[in-house]
Design a protein around this ligand. Structure first.
Ligand code: SF4
Length: 627
């Protein structure tokens, strides 16, 4: 790889049906890195990997902070992206404040607020204004969207919006999964250049799964150096490479080249100093990306809710197909395919856990998907359904599933557990799991005392909060029985496409399912471990139906071990090997980390147990499948 000179940078029927119902301004030359994810095998993938993960580690909790971050919220997204573009002319969109096209940039904070479920650590935007000396300019900072854009201080907000006024803008939110609360990880990344077409800013949502190979390719040249350890910097350098010298590739050509190098999830928003913009979705469409255009206003966002809340009609909002890019060059709007899609691999977790319940992604509403999960759980229910039985959701994302399950069973769905929305990432979370659960959740004894509680949770990843929570439902809430119902199959494998779970060791389910089978006995063992009276999971077979998608169009790797990309499969093999050899000694190291630091020990493990070559367990709702 040659960098450009300028780049040196699971049923018993329901019973008793029908009873109750229950600031700092940052201007760069081009320094700011973040993180991200991909497909494709190219020259990069042919390299022998020198697993050097620190990059990805840098985007995950550091050991000292990991407990507090992970236990309070078991899964975290990486990022969310938005883009807005208002054509200059006589027509002005009624959705733009003040009737001024250059106020389109003011829409970015509003859009970011709507997708803040995807990132609360940092936020930022880059705007374009040809009347400004800084043709494109970036403001980003660590903090919530409200903090970064001064949404509680009108004067400061107005000053910021005036300074960054522009008819084109991109924005980004980033989650608190990174090792450091460091502004330098915030996006967008702006890279300055004297040539306007090469002066650009971009932000992305995802993770490059073949990051180590990409990084090693760059570092194999002694004259090259990476200032940051994350895949966002790799992406930036890769764009620079495409733009180097006198080459002026079209956007489709550039993305086609990049898609040959990248393996993983990578949705990108891009803006340059000419005022050209593009919004691209990776070839597998792992992460969602929605867009709308009405009159002179175009906007795109990770989730549809950001567009509908702006005022776009439901008919206007669409999902960008995988492998496609929307480009606006010289004012010309175009949708093009830049890469073939061997198969879509939409992340099922977006519908059942991550996305805003009001969003519709790839034609399927999130709320309806979660309600379908609840109905499926109801079909598996076996406990006595009497007047002492209630359904309680673990706030907040399990509410839709819990309500639908309760309706099907004819049980009341009650808020017996209240969540403190204002704790956030504060030191008052406490020093141990019980403290943290007590701080974040408050059982309501007036609702739960002497009740048989069906506690509906959207997923169990690491289980640490769940154990403490069940104890408190009984000790503080007075619940007679707690039966855990999980609106998701067991998480048995890591994610390498942008979700904060990258080792086998950290996961709750795998040690109970060595052969990949989920049986009633396995669920009983899990319930005992959690201190619950019983536990039932959703079956894998029910997932696709609940999200109303053919199973072959979904990524379900974290519940079935079948990764949609080569790098994901390689990393899973490595994660299994690391877990088998005890390499993930603390459960805090990422697969990438351990691969770099403990591989010699893993090799020793291999030599003493040669027949135990790592294999990927096949996960089923009952019978083990051969693969
Ligand atoms: S591994 Fe799981 S969380 Fe990650 S993209 Fe696939 S379905 Fe989503």
């Amino acid at each position: 790889m040659i960098l450009p000179a300028e780049a040196r940078h699971d049923r018993d029927g329901p019973r008793n049906r029908g009873r109750g119902q229950g600031g700092r301004l940052v201007k760069f030359g081009w320094v700011l890195p973040g993180r991200g994810a991909a497909r494709g095998v190219s020259g990069f993938a042919r390299l022998v990997p020198r697993w050097q993960p620190a990059i990805i580690r840098s985007c995950l909790p550091v050991p000292g902070d990991a407990g507090s971050l992970r236990e309070m919220s078991e899964l975290r997204h990486e990022c969310g992206i938005v883009a807005v573009y208002h054509w200059l002319g006589d027509e002005v969109s009624p959705l733009v404040p003040g009737g001024d096209p250059n106020s389109a940039s003011r829409l970015v904070p509003r859009m970011l607020i709507d997708i803040q479920n995807r990132g609360q650590l940092a936020a930022g935007f880059t705007t374009f204004n040809q009347e400004r000396n800084q043709l494109i300019d970036t403001h980003k900072e660590v903090g919530s969207v409200a903090e970064v854009f001064h949404l509680n201080r009108q004067e400061a907000y107005e000053k910021l919006m005036r300074e960054y006024a522009g008819h084109a803008a991109i924005g980004h939110v980033r989650y608190a999964t990174c090792g450091k609360d460091d502004r330098s990880y915030a996006q967008p990344f702006e890279r300055h250049h004297i040539e306007k077409g090469k002066w650009f800013s971009f932000a992305f949502n995802g993770q490059l799964a073949n990051y180590p190979e990409l990084r090693d390719e760059i570092l194999s040249r002694t004259e090259f150096h990476l200032a940051r350890e994350n895949d966002t910097e790799i992406l930036m350098h890769s764009i620079c490479l495409e733009l180097k010298g006198d080459r002026h590739p079209g956007i489709v050509e550039m993305l086609r080249d990049l898609s040959q190098k990248f393996d993983g999830a990578y949705n990108i928003v891009f803006l340059n100093a000419v005022g050209d913009m593009f919004v691209a979705r990776d070839p597998l469409g792992i992460r969602p990306l929605c867009w709308a255009k009405e009159g002179p206003l175009f906007a795109a966002a990770s989730e549809s809710v950001a567009l509908s809340n702006l005022g776009f009609s439901a008919e206007s909002i669409q999902s960008l197909p995988p492998g496609h890019v929307i480009s606006i060059q010289n004012g010309e709007f175009q949708i093009s395919r830049f890469a073939e899609t061997p198969r879509p691999a939409h992340c099922f977790f977006e519908w059942i856990y991550f996305a805003n319940v009001a969003s519709t992604l790839d034609g399927r509403n999130v709320y309806l998907s979660r309600a379908a999960l609840g109905k499926k759980l109801a079909l598996r229910e076996t406990v006595p359904l009497d007047s002492e039985t209630i359904v309680v959701p673990v706030p907040d994302t399990a509410k839709a599933a819990a309500a639908a399950m309760a309706f099907e069973l004819g049980l009341p769905c009650l808020e017996g557990l209240m969540r403190n929305r204002y704790v956030g990432r504060t030191f008052i979370e406490g020093k141990n799991r019980a403290d943290k659960a007590r701080t974040k959740y408050t059982p309501v004894p007036e609702v739960m005392r002497n009740k048989r509680v069906l506690l509906v949770e959207d997923t169990i990843v690491r289980s640490t909060t769940m154990r403490a929570l069940i104890r408190q439902l009984k000790s503080r809430g007075g619940a007679r029985e707690v039966h855990v119902r999980v609106a998701c199959p067991p998480i048995v494998a890591p994610c390498f496409y942008g979700i904060d779970m990258s080792t086998v060791k950290e996961l709750f389910a795998p040690r109970f399912m060595p052969d990949g089978r989920l049986t009633p006995e396995v669920e009983e063992a899990m319930a005992r471990e959690l201190g619950a009276d019983s536990l039932k999971y959703l079956r894998i077979e029910d997932l696709a139906e609940c999200v109303d998608k053919p199973p072959e169009t979904l990524c379900q790797a974290c519940v079935d071990g079948n990764y949609p990309t080569p790098a994901g499969t390689r990393l899973y093999q490595l994660a299994i090997e690391n877990d088998r050899c005890g390499a993930e000694s603390t459960g805090l190291e990422r697969t990438y980390d351990v691969s770099a630091t403990v591989r010699p020990a893993a090799s020793a493990c291999d030599s003493g147990n040669a027949e135990a070559a790592p294999s990927i367990p096949a996960v089923t709702g009952g019978e083990a499948k051969s693969r």
